[in-house]
Ligand binder design. Structure first.
Ligand SMILES: [Zn+2]
Length: 111
């Protein structure tokens, strides 16, 4: 029954008053433009473009590289280069904090 929990995380007997958020997490994703429920593996095969309306989903840098580049023969360079805050820049937020937040959010060391 694990597959059922992935499709409906709160179980089949649950009710959800907000219809727009009724698309289950995990294997399914709701198109932000047409609200169609999309099966993730099918969406990935379609290169993260909604097959119903043609909306291009937001994707991360790694996903974009996977789409554009062949797996064979590619080599990442500069993977250990880390952005630093030499100027100790600060506007409404410290640049160092912005870097830390972005690194946590993306799982990457730099853009
Ligand atoms: Zn769509």
């Amino acid at each position: 029954m694990d597959w059922l929990k992935r499709i409906r995380p709160s179980g089949p007997a649950s009710t959800n008053s907000n219809r727009s958020s009724a698309v289950p997490e995990g294997l399914w994703k709701k198109c932000p433009k047409c609200a169609a429920p999309l099966y993730r593996p099918e969406l990935e095969r379609n290169q993260d473009v909604c097959p119903k309306c043609g909306h291009h989903m937001r994707i991360g840098a790694r996903r974009r590289l996977d789409i554009f580049l062949d797996e064979q023969g590619r080599e990442e360079i500069g993977a250990d280069i880390v952005a630093i805050d030499r100027l100790r820049f600060k506007d409404v937020k410290k640049y160092k904090d912005r870097l830390t937040d972005a690194q946590k959010k993306t799982g990457e060391k730099d853009a």
